[in-house]
Design a binder for this molecule. Structure first.
Ligand code: PLP
Length: 379
């Protein structure tokens, strides 16, 4: 059995969790939370990182920070996880979907301007599969139209675009530490608050709308309710699980990238013969090996391949059902422009096993099985 995903761990997690418990401070903002935030700020050159309870709540916190209100429109790809859209809808905003690029599955930045209306408040980009969107063009559009930018950076922890860490381009970047992501605490996430004007308020909205952080720092003499807010702080025990992974962030990334490159090399002959397509990594991107996907001819072939892999005890997965064609997407959002790639390309995509310390011989087995499928099918 080759699993599709195994949650990342270093082996040191229990030691740090035990230490967190022994410290008798297991709520939010304990020692490990602060340590994790410090590591991420330093590594990504981010002005302020806050751990959150999930990637989803990181996105919600970002929407609260940029003040998404009823009727505000947010431009995003339709090819993404539901959280990208639900975070906007939660505040009464409207997701406005545009098409994606075929080669990276990232938002097609040339389709953004046509979707801008007087109600547009923000652009929410999703960096898919560890690969950055075209942030130069997107930040330029945002500047010219006075729009905010939120990065759904759930999949790009420790990945770069033009030498700058993804998640630090927009007003707020949102990371996920779910068990399916590159670095994990089971359920968790983080925001990188990049716009200095939002940093003070970020401390308030995550602390249930109170100025508790300012109180702790001695900036005010009592703490009270001052703004909108929620509770976005994870337990320090979860941060203790994440901590040892952040200590070896690059080693973990290199391990995944090696697996990615090995898959690529081994699957190239199938691509060369025209059976499958492989992902594209633009020259200016350093990706983090978040996932490895192939593209089949069409939906029917992908379904058959997935069944075939399952029969050979190999896990695989597809996603996403484009949000604009989902029940809630039809109700809460709209698609602008033509759906040239979103539906067609999502139906072809199949994700192969990928996790920290995936074995070479397992990749060999996956590739051999895919080759056998295409030999049986086509030759
Ligand atoms: C995983 C993911 C999320 C949600 O993160 P959670 O931590 O599971 O809440 C949001 N957007 C994208 C693109 C993701 O991959």
């Amino acid at each position: 059995m080759i699993k599709f995903n195994i949650p990342p761990r270093t082996g040191d997690e229990l030691k740090y969790i035990a230490d967190a418990i022994a410290s008798e401070k297991i709520c939010g903002d304990g020692k490990y939370t602060l340590e994790c935030e410090k590591i991420l700020e330093k590594k990504f050159n981010s002005p302020k990182v806050y751990l959150t309870t999930s990637g989803t709540t990181a996105l919600e916190m970002a929407c609260m920070l940029i003040d998404i209100q009823k009727g505000d429109e947010v431009i995003m790809p339709s090819f993404t996880f539901s959280s990208t859209a639900t975070s906007v809808v939660l505040f009464g905003g409207v997701p406005v979907f545009v098409d994606i690029h075929k080669d990276t599955m990232n938002i097609d930045e040339t389709k953004i301007e046509a979707a801008i209306t007087p109600k547009t408040k923000a652009i929410m980009v999703v960096h898919y599969a560890g690969v950055g969107c075209n942030m130069e063009v997107i930040m330029d559009i945002a500047k010219r139209h006075n729009l905010r930018v939120i990065e759904d950076a759930a999949q790009v922890v420790n990945a770069l675009y033009h030498g700058k860490y993804l998640g630090t381009f927009g007003d707020v970047g949102c990371y996920s530490f779910h068990e399916t992501k590159n670095y994990s605490m089971g359920e968790g996430g983080a925001v990188s608050v990049n716009n200095p004007e939002l940093i003070e308020r970020a401390a308030i909205v995550r602390e249930k709308g109170t100025n508790r952080t300012q109180f702790i720092n001695g900036q005010v003499d009592k703490y009270t309710w001052v703004d909108k807010g929620s509770s976005y702080l994870p337990s320090d025990m979860l941060a203790a699980y994440l901590y040892p992974q952040l200590l070896i962030m690059d080693k973990m990334r290199n391990d995944r990238v090696n697996s990615f490159n090995y898959y690529y090399e081994k699957l190239w002959p199938l691509k060369d013969k025209g059976y499958i397509d492989l992902p594209t990594i633009p020259d200016n991107c350093i990706h983090n090996g978040h996932m490895f996907y192939i593209k089949c001819k069409d939906l029917k072939e992908r379904e058959a391949l997935q069944v075939y892999l399952r029969k050979h005890e190999i896990g695989s997965a597809f996603h996403y059902i484009p949000l604009h064609s989902c029940q809630a997407g039809l109700k809460y959002g709209r698609f602008v422009g033509e759906d040239l790639n979103t539906t067609k390309e999502s139906e072809r995509l199949l994700r192969l096993p990928m996790y920290y310390q995936l074995k070479k011989e397992d990749i060999d087995m996956v590739v051999k099985t895919i080759e056998a499928f295409y030999q049986g099918e086509k030759e």
